[in-house]
Design a protein around this ligand. Structure first.
Ligand code: MLT
Length: 409
């Protein structure tokens, strides 16, 4: 008899963003005349930087000729991209990361979801609340949690991110082994200072824990005093893995390219307490289960670091941050409290009502899609997340509709 992994039965019915997409599709079907503006899932709307497109085309042409054709590539990524990453994203900021510590992949979602399989089923996991659902769901699937009760999975240490701690969780009171941190944060848009991040690195060193640091939104940081990488913190290389993505920074959500940094000295332990290096384990996993990212896509990603690519990607970010500024200005005007939007494309708004009710009201009355905070965890109740990813015209229109709706309320 084929039997199932019953841990899947503990999961909530569907993945948050699929659930929202289904609700929006149903609404559109019953209201075909309505013009809907999507500020829900963080999906970019602007075309790829021209430097990437040029490199992409050239690489596709190379694939047409026997002399320059590429078959299977290195699973970890081509050296040209790994070198460009180490030089531009890390060494330029004083973080001593080498090319062979970079693993190119097709997404930070997959990598943050997959990495947990390197660790045993009985480790204690700390996850912030609210949280990007992938960290939690993949641990549920792996059987590291009990059942879902009263909005939470048993066995997880939830790190509450609320107004009272400025949406930066405090260190756990109990000892944990694996810690997921995401800054600038998805969903709240909050940021962490170097001093705050250092307390986490120190905690991980002291307790032999590991930090999974999701920095997918680092490109949106405007305050230069904030850390873009956890490796800007002394001692982090032993205790942290970092995840990055070209999805939001260079518009690659449909093109697929990201990377994970696993420093060679990053360690974990066996049951006897012997030290092992995660780099070798992740490399083994990557070679066994991942085929590598397509050559033309890696060339397109490499072009992000060219002189033109840097200017064009900055222009993309600046474009979306004008939207973030528009959302913040609207909330200021309406007197709604929020966090994020200053160094992040997400604005986390206290909706002053049930977050799914706010979602439904916004869709129904204004034809605007947001993400209900409750979908990210118990502490998200009462909040909604608005994403800055859309055209400036559409965001302006959405903010006008939202203003009209809330002013009339
Ligand atoms: C989000 O809206 O939270 C993100 O787009 C999801 C993702 O990057 O997978």
């Amino acid at each position: 008899m084929i039997t199932i992994n019953e841990h899947y039965l503990k999961l909530q019915a569907s993945y948050l963003f699929s659930d929202i997409a289904k609700r929006v599709a149903a609404f559109q079907k019953s209201h075909p005349e309505r013009d809907i503006i999507k500020l829900g899932i963080g999906d970019v709307t602007k075309g790829l930087p021209s430097a990437s497109i040029k490199a992409f085309h050239k690489a596709v042409d190379e694939m047409a000729e026997d002399s320059s054709f590429k078959g299977y590539g290195p699973e970890q990524g081509y050296d040209f991209l790994r070198e460009a990453i180490a030089t531009n994203d890390f060494r330029s900021r004083g973080a001593d990361i080498s090319a062979d510590e970079v693993f190119v992949s097709d997404g930070a979602k997959c990598d943050t979801g997959n990495i947990q399989e390197l660790f045993t089923g009985d480790i204690k996991i700390a996850i912030s609340d609210p949280v990007y659902p992938v960290y939690l769901d993949t641990n549920v699937m792996a059987g590291r949690t009990g059942n879902f009760a009263d909005g939470r999975y048993q066995g997880i240490v939830y790190l509450e991110s609320t107004k009272s701690n400025n949406f930066v969780p405090s260190l756990p009171k109990e000892k944990v082994d694996l810690i997921y941190l995401c800054f600038p944060n998805n969903p709240t848009g909050s940021t962490i200072s170097k001093a705050e991040l250092k307390t986490w690195v120190d905690y991980a060193r002291e307790h032999k824990a590991l930090i999974l640091f999701d920095a997918a939104y680092e490109a949106f940081i405007r305050d230069q005093s904030l850390p873009k990488s956890i490796y800007e913190i002394e001692g982090a290389k032993e205790v942290a893995v970092e995840f990055r993505s070209y999805s939001k920074s260079a518009g690659f959500t449909g093109t697929r390219c990201a990377y994970t940094v696993v420093p060679k000295q990053c360690r974990a332990y066996d049951k006897k307490g012997n030290k092992h290096f995660i780099h070798a384990m992740w490399n083994r996993r990557h070679c066994t289960k991942f085929n590598g990212v397509a050559y033309p896509v890696q060339r397109a990603a490499e072009a992000v670091y060219s002189e033109g690519g840097k200017i064009q990607t900055k222009a993309l970010i600046d474009y979306y941050m004008v939207n973030a500024d528009m959302v913040c200005a609207t909330m200021d005007k309406l007197g709604y409290e929020y966090v994020g939007g200053k160094n992040s494309p997400y604005i986390w708004i206290d909706g002053r009502m049930d977050s799914w009710a706010f979602f439904d009201m916004l869709l129904d009355k204004a034809g605007v899609v947001c993400t209900p905070g409750a979908g990210f965890g118990k502490c998200g109740s009462g909040y909604i997340r608005i994403s800055a990813f859309n055209s400036q015209e559409r965001v302006r229109e959405a903010m006008q509709r939202l203003t009209d709706m809330l002013s009339a309320k």
